[in-house]
Design a protein around this ligand. Structure first.
Ligand SMILES: [Zn+2]
Length: 165
């Protein structure tokens, strides 16, 4: 992702050159990174390579790094204008993308919560009704058996009475 002296990125037809400068604190050449944290997924940042070794704290998100470069005159003229414009646009896109991700996550969480609420879940309702129906069916079956049994008993009694006559 990075060359020896600069990081290039194309944005809407423009090629923006972001120079990789020597760290102002320890002179090591600053490096280009892409964040993969949940809050800043895809965000580009620039950091001193000695960050983990010596704890050098030279570290900027892309837009702030470009602002630093402009302030320190590493970027001038059209290059400065293009880099500032491009990184501002990219920042807006990243914020929009993370807002969209959060909105979808909230929707998913809301619908999950709705499904988890007792009584609101169609499946719970039908299962409840199903078990009620099964119970009712069993009761009807018992009644039918009793009815059949008494009819047969009556028949047997009739036959006995007829035979006695
Ligand atoms: Zn450093």
């Amino acid at each position: 992702m990075s060359s020896a002296s600069s990081a290039r990125s194309g944005l809407r037809g423009r090629t923006v050159v972001v120079p990789l400068i020597p760290c102002p604190r320890c002179q090591a050449t600053v490096r280009y990174y892409v964040s993969n944290t949940e809050d800043h997924e895809g965000w580009v940042f620039y950091r001193c390579p000695n960050h983990s070794a010596t704890g050098c704290d030279f570290w900027f998100w892309e837009m702030e790094y470009v602002a630093y470069l402009v302030d320190a005159h590493f970027l001038v003229g059209n290059q400065a204008v293009d880099a500032v414009g491009a990184t501002e646009e990219r920042r807006e896109e990243l914020i929009r993308a993370s807002y969209e991700r959060r909105r979808i996550a909230t929707q998913v969480a809301t619908s999950r919560a709705a499904l988890a609420r007792p009584g609101s879940l169609q499946q719970n309702m039908s299962k409840h009704q199903e078990s009620a129906l099964i119970g009712l069916g069993a009761e009807i079956l018992v009644l039918l058996k009793l009815l059949l049994g008494s009819v047969m008993l009556l028949c047997a009694l009739c036959v006995l009475l007829l035979m006695k006559k």
